[in-house]
Design a protein around this ligand. Sequence first.
Ligand code: UT7
Length: 315
Amino acid sequence: MINSRIAGTGSYLPTKILSNKVLETMVDTTDEWIFTRTGIRQRHISSSDEMTSDLAAHAAKKAIASAGINAADIDLIIVATTTPDKVFPSVATMVQQKLGISNNCPALDMQAVCSGFVYGLSTADNFIKAGANKCVLVVGADTMSKITDYTDRGNCILWGDGAGAVILQTSQEPGVISTHLHANGNYEAMLHVPRNAEGPDTIAMEGNAVFKMAVNTLDQIVDETLAANNMQKSDIDWLVPHQANIRILKATAKKLNMAMDKVVVTVDKHGNTSAASIPLALDVAVQDGRIKRGDVILMEAFGGGFTWGSALVKY
Ligand code: UT7
């Protein structure tokens, strides 16, 4: 059987930082409230001429270097994003152009909001396992600040911009062990960006209700993933979760009987970067040497739709 493995990782954050202290001057909030309720201290914000495809291309270049491949080796590009530069064409085709890939490989965007990277990784894994592709670039990239209403203290304190990428390649040994994807469109209105006559509006979220749904749903996906692989909680070396709120991360860690030092936490520095948060966190922990080859990683995410999913990966 053909397997897929993560051959390299990369990430990119815009240089401008928006701290809680500065947010205090923009809306009726405090650093203390934000940190206590979310675990966030700061987030990175793209400049007005810095688009999702720019962030994605930067992260992709680092993943390509880390995997030791040439951009021309890539035979499929998947970009998970909810903040494309344009209505069309896809961010993926813009990344293809920015990387100078001229081999006519397919390129597509995946829209599953905060679960987008897990959806993209699962799709890439299945394409490789089906024999259709050998070397896939999977990017999670979002510029959430561009769809954030900075007068709405209920959610503007959460969002950040960034990108993370992996190169997924064929391998003899299992890398991506299993992926699990779900959606329930009945919850559309609890977390969405409506479109009006002028174009897309800004994020509207019933924060507390989404929080409770996220905790319960992630609880279930942990059980589903372990049961599907006949594995125990103790078999997981690292939790690399979507970074929405430190309290959600702690709830999932508790479910796994996992100490917080086995959870990769970036929400304090990055905020919620939507589809970018998991590959960003993965790259941070690979770069600083915490995650090593052979480690078993559980990735999980929950987002608008609702969508949710997990990926169990041997790095
Ligand atoms: O990534 C995709 C999925 N998204 C998520 O998972 C996000 C999930 N939701 C959350 O992370 C949290 O619900 C929030 C951080 C958005 C809000 O935290 P919360 O603990 O659920 O607060 P709340 O909405 O229940 O509000 C509690 C109080 C309210 O005041 P009263 O009614 O108790 O007087 C709010 O008006 O906190 C107030 N509040 C704030 N106060 C200071 C809400 N936002 C703020 C703020 N600063 N920024």
